[in-house]
Design a protein around this ligand. Structure first.
Ligand code: ATP
Ligand code: MG
Length: 407
């Protein structure tokens, strides 16, 4: 049976005053964008929920699928909007129950927010339940663990009946929480970190450090593909690709091998920080996870972080790897992330990087060369791509060029 409306419930209902107003307005814009290539519906956002009116041509399941990707949506239900009479409620509940399997159980849940409605909640529940039992075969009531919950909401404008609730991602609508720059490698973690931060309402642009020919064109394509997958949830994402080869080579020339990793990260951070100011973002986000690898100890984070006063957010800091993997699978980035193309960090990783870099030492090593000019050049030559769901790379699988003579 095809519903006539979709009910959208908001997350974070504790929001008050003007925050709530901008939340609802932004959510409406984001929902409309998510549905922009579908038709046959009309969207109306109220203070406490959203209704989408469906015409006969509407593809209800596609609309539901898309809405449950929108941050700020707590859950959605296909609903029937009916007249405010007991007879209409009975009819609709029976119609739903007629689709259930024999010997299944159900429960009627009445919510009566229109206190002026002439019948009490309990009475309504009983009468609608009786109507369902009378007009169906082999169904029974189970108030504890029913196979089907038939919800009847008596509101001021109408009665709404439904038996399905599909969970959304919750969180806050993207666009309500400022802007951040996501350091996006081709790995498993950083796309997950990006999604986590977007779920809190933050608009994200991404930065990727690319070191051809040490890293292949495929590694770059992988990052484009990861961005494309993320963009399905939030619309176009700007991806800034930084030419990093020159800096990478210089690091390997002048920095002690055990410190190249720390130094590489510091240079990345310095460039990210410059871009943050250019794009007027408020924070840097990365996929670091405490203790996971050499560069991710507290000492290491301290040494790397020292080059910037911009807040560096690490949404995955305390998660276990298996939970990150679970999240990566759920958002659809895992299979791309595990493709084998190396990123610059993997290729340049020394055999035994220092796990507890001494801050003073890094500074000393870096002081033998003035990196400023290279950093300026890399920043000036950033290539920016606008990636959306239907983005297609101009380059398709180019031949792999590998680093032959590194040091
Ligand atoms: P990931 O799975 O995100 O690559 P990781 O566990 O492999 O993380 P590292 O490779 O040490 O960890 O990188 C730590 C973080 O530094 C990454 O999560 C990412 O935010 C950032 N980073 C690393 N390499 C790059 C790169 N080439 N471009 C942009 N950011 C990068
Ligand atoms: Mg990595």
């Amino acid at each position: 049976m095809i519903a006539d409306h979709i009910l959208v419930r908001y997350g974070e209902l504790t929001l008050k005053g003007s925050n709530r107003k901008s939340f609802v307005n932004q959510l409406k814009v984001n929902a409309q964008r998510a549905l922009s290539n579908l038709d046959g519906f009309k969207l109306k956002a109220n203070r406490d929920r959203m209704y989408i009116e469906l015409s006969d041509e509407a593809d209800t399941s596609a609309i539901i699928q898309r809405l449950t990707q929108v941050f700020g949506v707590k859950s959605v239900s296909p609903v029937f909007k009916i007249d405010k009479t007991l007879e209409a409620a009975n009819r609709q509940a029976v119609a739903l129950a007629n689709a259930y399997q024999p010997n299944q159980t159900f429960k009627i849940n009445v919510k009566r927010s229109d206190k002026g409605f002439p019948m009490e909640t309990f009475e309504l529940q009983r009468k609608i339940g009786a109507a369902v039992l009378e007009n169906t075969e082999d169904l029974t009531v189970d108030v504890h663990e029913p196979d089907h919950n038939i919800h009847v909401e008596v509101r001021h404008d109408a009665i709404y009946v439904y038996d399905e609730i599909v969970d959304g991602p919750g969180g806050l609508p993207v666009g309500t929480g400022g802007k951040a720059l996501l350091m996006l490698s081709g790995g498993i973690d950083s796309p997950v970190a990006g999604i986590e931060i977007m779920r809190r309402g933050v608009t994200v642009e991404a930065i990727h450090f690319h070191s051809p020919p040490f890293t292949s064109e495929k590694a770059k394509e992988k990052v484009i593909e990861l961005t494309r997958i993320m963009s399905k949830r939030v619309g176009t994402i700007k991806l800034h690709i930084v030419p990093f080869t020159e800096i990478q080579k210089q690091i390997n020339k002048v920095i002690h091998p055990r410190y190249t990793m720390t130094s590489t990260r510091r240079m990345m951070m310095r460039i990210a920080d410059k871009l943050v100011h250019q794009i007027e973002a408020d924070a840097i986000v990365n996929g670091e996870n405490l203790g996971q690898v050499a560069s991710q100890t507290l000492k290491s984070m301290y040494a790397i972080n020292h080059v910037t006063s911009t807040p560096v957010l690490r949404p995955l800091l305390t998660l276990d790897k298996e939970d990150i993997v679970k999240k990566a699978r759920a958002i659809g980035t895992f299979d791309i992330s595990i493709e084998p193309y190396e990123d610059c960090c993997t290729i340049f990783t020394p055999k035994n990087p220092v796990t507890e870099p001494k801050f003073a030492k890094v500074e000393q090593y870096e002081s033998v060369y003035d990196f400023d000019e290279m950093i300026e050049r890399a920043t000036a030559n950033i290539e920016t791509l606008n990636i959306n769901e239907s983005y297609q790379s101009e380059t398709n699988s180019l031949t792999e060029e590998l680093a032959d003579d590194l040091f």
